[in-house]
Design a protein around this ligand. Sequence first.
Ligand code: NAD
Ligand code: WQD
Length: 335
Amino acid sequence: MKNILITGGAGYIGSHTAVQLIEAGFNPIIIDDLSNSEEKVLDRLEEITGRKLTFYKGDCIDRALLDKISSEHQLAGVIHFAAFKAVGESTLQPLKYYQNNLGSLLTILDFMKEKEIKDLVFSSSCTVYGQPDILPVTEATPRQDAESPYGNTKKICEDILVDLVKSQAGIRVISLRYFNPVGAHPSGKIGELPIGTPANLVPFVTQTAAGIREKLTVFGDDYDTIDGSCVRDFIHVMDLADAHVKALAYLGEQQDDFYDVFNVGTGNGNTVLEVITTFEKVNEVKVNYVIGARRAGDIVKIWADTAKINSVLNWYPSYSLEDSLRDSWNWQKTL
Ligand code: NAD
Ligand code: WQD
């Protein structure tokens, strides 16, 4: 069974990917410093999978810890999720973001090179596209100047990966550009754990429905969209997790010095107001919301062209927006 190191594997997307990897016959090995997650996620993963998971608590910038892991397990590949992701915080504390997000990737790459671990799947983001002129966005859509230090770290990380592959370091890399991950494991045992006030839409919706937040503010209803609110491509986290499994399998078939990038979205755009009304309908619960001012720096509309990941990785989403919002609510109710 191939061992795959998952950095940030106790986090939202990493934990769901651990489940999918086990189902696909891989053995995930998790390293996480729990800076944005909780150790109980590991127990939950064991409940879901019926398997004991190997977990190292620590920072993946800690090279000595990585060396220890590789001395204890032969690693076939790495999925690198570990990063800070709060866009607003990144504008206030840019160095924290550059240090962690670039530092962790650089350490992992150096480690992989030295230990001759070939395969890497990297967590990138649709944030690299900014507000594109033409929709939907394909992987060939030009990247734009980042709107935040967080977004810039994703752009720079992609550039680092391209340069390293060009240098014939012997590695094979896929960057997955995630659109908006939502939903939770259908069991309700794992999901997104926002710390403090959520910045993202769906956790704010679920917390409002649960009465934790008094009301949700819709940031603008006067945009040029079908109902005036912004449009995003909301992808179920289980489908997103599955894309990592497909990416790893595909990397295994490639020659050395391989790099490619794939959008991971549903290919459909939904407005903020559609998310709210769909959430209310599938869960038969009201969401107290008001229309407020536009949020500075918001992208008006973006959704993915998924033709490339469909045809090359044979990946298709299998969860609907309704499924995502039902699973997000099931998860919220356990918190
Ligand atoms: P998350 O915060 O839930 O998970 C990240 C995990 O990494 C956390 O468990 C955190 O404790 C851990 N971590 C952070 N820095 C670390 C370090 N130096 N060493 C060890 N562990 C560390 O976030 P997520 O939503 O699961 O995101 C995973 C990845 O996907 C990130 O790289 C993020 O930037 C990217 N991404 C997320 C979204 C999104 O909306 N959630 C969208 C696009 C891209
Ligand atoms: C979605 C829509 C808001 C909260 C962020 C990151 C991006 C990427 C994905 C990581 C927007 C609206 C939200 C609320 C609202 N992450 N909204 N009221 O803006 O697509 O992007 O996540 O790489 O980098 O910036 O996601 O969930 O913040 O917002 O009306 O209380 O919901 O205005 O239109 P976004 P989001």
